[in-house]
Design a protein around this ligand. Structure first.
Ligand SMILES: [Zn+2]
Length: 431
């Protein structure tokens, strides 16, 4: 299906083809002033606010005023915080009708519904903004959600990524043209594949190619996210790229270079690998995955300790800006917050640091620090609440009982009612 055809088709399945003026939830929210009472709120920048009230008008927070009233939502006893930001997801990755992983390339009706489900699960899991890297069909989902036609997180997309090997990727001039083409097509950022997989392989793009990609993106006002392991890490850093993904094999010297250059770093602590293992029957034999379940598990067992070690090392590098990117794939959507638990439990990351990485620091990495990622007057009203205190027990991130995005409440369930919304898949190839 052509992109335009897909777009028309998505609108038609939603029964909205004839709608000339989208009625957004935001429109409805505009006239109303909403007051949220909180006994404990994390401001997203590392501070805890006690006994305050958050006043919202339209899509934004207009004040923090302990005397405001009456409270429309009483979230006292919960932990209130800004909606989370996941810097790296694959929102279109799904399990197909037979339960097996089909990756993110499908444009069938089934795939469109399942992708919409991923978006809904992600929002219910407390993530109000995600960055999706590597699928051209993200853009339709991004746009219908932005128009208020479908429940989901705010989406930023790279659409299709730039990948190696170098000689097939083109000359620096061709790469610059590619970046401009991506921008014209509506990409919010540029994703670059600069190295092979997690366990082996050196960089797949030359320094000149990386320089061209990241320099042209900067000229076009776009950020660059680079999948880089080993020698691709310093190469992408020196090329002035915005953010480095994964980073396995990076030395302490590479990490220090990133800190020095202000490059954001997005290593993972386990959610994706755990998802592959939990769903080994669904992933075995699917494109790019080992044929057997045993091979999936044994590969994960090799990579996971390397992830943990890298996260532990990176956390100790002074000034290194580590963001939260779960790399969520099929089976992980809605469970993105597991990555917080992995960071804290397995890598010794301090809970507040882990949470801030998905709030103000995550927003800064998206160049959206003036809009999202913290609770303060003037910010988008993206507010969630957890049943529990994640600073004392990080597993509280699993218990998201309240979700507001842009001033609209999408979830407000009774405390203790959470297990129904874990986003765990079920079906033919299930555990
Ligand atoms: Zn990824």
């Amino acid at each position: 299906m052509t992109p335009a055809g897909m777009n028309r088709w998505i609108l038609s399945i939603l029964g909205l083809a004839a709608l000339t003026q989208p009625v957004t939830p935001q429109t409805a929210a505009h006239s109303k002033r909403i007051v949220i009472a909180a006994s404990s709120a994390l401001d997203g920048k590392g501070r805890v606010l006690r006994n305050t009230r958050i006043v919202i008008e339209g899509t934004k927070i207009v004040a923090l005023d302990p005397k405001a009233g009456p409270a429309d939502y009483d979230l006292r006893g919960l932990t209130v915080l800004p909606g989370w930001i996941d810097a790296h997801v694959h929102i279109t990755w799904i399990f197909g009708k037979d339960g097996k992983n089909v990756g993110g390339g499908e444009t069938t009706q089934d795939a469109a519904y399942r992708t919409a489900s991923n978006a809904w699960l992600t929002l219910m899991g407390g993530f109000t903004t995600v960055q999706s890297v590597g699928s051209p069909s993200d853009i339709f989902l991004r746009d219908v959600i932005a128009q208020g036609l479908l429940a989901g997180p705010r989406i930023l997309t790279s659409m299709e990524g730039l990948s190696g090997p170098g000689e097939q990727t083109g000359t620096p001039d061709e790469i610059r043209a590619y970046v401009r083409k991506q921008k014209a097509a509506g990409a919010d950022l540029i994703k670059i594949m600069a190295s092979g997989g997690m366990l082996q392989g050196s960089k797949t793009l030359s320094q000149e190619q990386l320089n061209a990609a990241c320099d042209e993106a900067k000229k076009q006002g776009l950020r660059t996210l680079v999948h880089a392991c080993r020698d691709a890490v310093p190469a992408a850093t020196l090329a002035g790229c915005t953010q480095i993904e994964h980073g396995l094999g990076a030395t302490d010297q590479d990490l220090k270079l990133m800190a020095e250059k202000g490059t954001y770093f997005d290593p993972q602590a386990g959610l994706t690998l755990e998802t592959y293992t939990l769903n080994k029957g669904r992933y075995a034999g699917s494109p790019y995955f080992p044929k057997t379940e045993e091979a999936i598990v044994s590969t994960n067992e090799k990579i996971l300790p390397l992830n943990h070690e890298l996260m532990r090392h990176a956390s100790k590098i002074k000034g290194l800006k580590i963001v939260f990117g779960s790399d969520a794939v099929a089976g992980a959507h809605g469970r993105n917050a597991e990555e917080f638990i992995d960071r804290v439990r397995d890598c010794g990351v301090d809970p507040m640091t882990a949470l801030v990485s998905a709030n103000s620091l995550g927003a800064e990495a998206l160049d959206m620090a003036d809009q999202i990622g913290s609770i303060a007057a003037g910010m988008q009203a993206d507010i969630i609440a957890l049943d529990g205190n994640p600073l004392k027990d990080i597993t509280a991130v699993r218990r998201v009982v309240f979700v507001m995005k842009g001033g609209v409440v999408f979830k407000n369930v009774a405390r203790g009612a959470i297990p129904a919304l874990t986003g765990f898949p079920s079906g033919p190839a299930g555990a």
